[in-house]
Design a protein around this ligand. Sequence first.
Ligand SMILES: [Zn+2]
Length: 403
Amino acid sequence: MRIFLLLWLMTFNGCRERQFTKPTPQMDAGPEFWIRVLLLDNIQTASLKITSPFTISGLQIKTPNQPDTPIQIQVSQGKMIIAGEPSESNEVIISPDNPYIFNLDGNDYRGRLKLIFNSDSNSFDAINLVPLEPYLAGVIGAEMPEYWEPEALKAQAIAARTYCLYIKRRFGPNRQWDVTKTQANQIYLGVSAESNLVWDAVNRTQGQVLVCRQADGDKKDIFPAYYSSICGGHTENSSKVFGDSFGPLAGVSCPYCREVAKPAFFFWDTVTLNKTDVSARLLQRYPDLKSLGEIKNIVPIDQSDYGDFSRLTTVKLFGPNGKTNWLRAEDLRLAIDPTGRKLKSAACQIADMRDKWAFSSGRGYGHGVGMCQCGAQGLARKGNTAAQILLFYYPGSDIVNIY
Ligand SMILES: [Zn+2]
């Protein structure tokens, strides 16, 4: 998900003290309402602090007398070593007691911590097992400034709840985790992103998700309620960005983000990138493209035309020997600028400037599919409710309670 990282950095300055000793709700929820968040992957050491009593599956490790004493986790001689004790199991679950908070490498998270020793016998992954509602409390304040309109925050909470349940169901069964903590899914910062305003938005929408009619029948069910920062004037059809097709994700005209977004994010300056760098990043991200050799030319072959601007959706890539391949424009953008901070969206033009590519006439920030976050704030300022905001950006959807 595209994010407000810059705003977040300005607001929190990355060093805010934890203010909330609020106990973690939903710890007795059924497994279908737990989210597995990949916090760290392929690491060799980590430092854990837990101020409450805790248990570690398979190991008899006592709570340290000094709660601030960190528990070191490391890899040695083909085993995971936790507080000096080698684990016989490749999977370990660390369960803090009330308020169910642990600190991993300086960041507080709610729920439990699962460590999985990788088959390379040389690294492990750290996964946060966290119930849905406290998970959202760690997402909403990272994805949207907490001082925004309460109805915009509520709309964000419902979209984020729907999105992660969909991703869990679609991809979770085939891997050890449901979502990453990054913008590849939605930003999750744990307790540091929480505030009373964020918890209000989560609690006042508790259990609410979006559903729509599915392609294979009459039954209504959840869908991937994508959202992005600034659509630039029109949201995009999901089929052209993510390749999936749902009625509420066809795209709508959005006159609202322009009033809220910073001008330099709504209309962004031309970005130039070296052709050799662009080619190298594309071949690294998409090894299939190596058959082309070097990427010599990039030509848009499909775009959405919205009158005063257009969004590139598919590009054709040419190698020096005439071989070609194609990519979705959004995939091209994130391959050559993974943070998306320079090349803010695919709503731009590409021009050949000898040894450089110029990306000009840029509009908006993010993939543009689903709810426009700045637009949601604009609608909330005009007095719209969370339900009205969501029905505007996801037309044909309904809000239902799952608990
Ligand atoms: Zn918009």
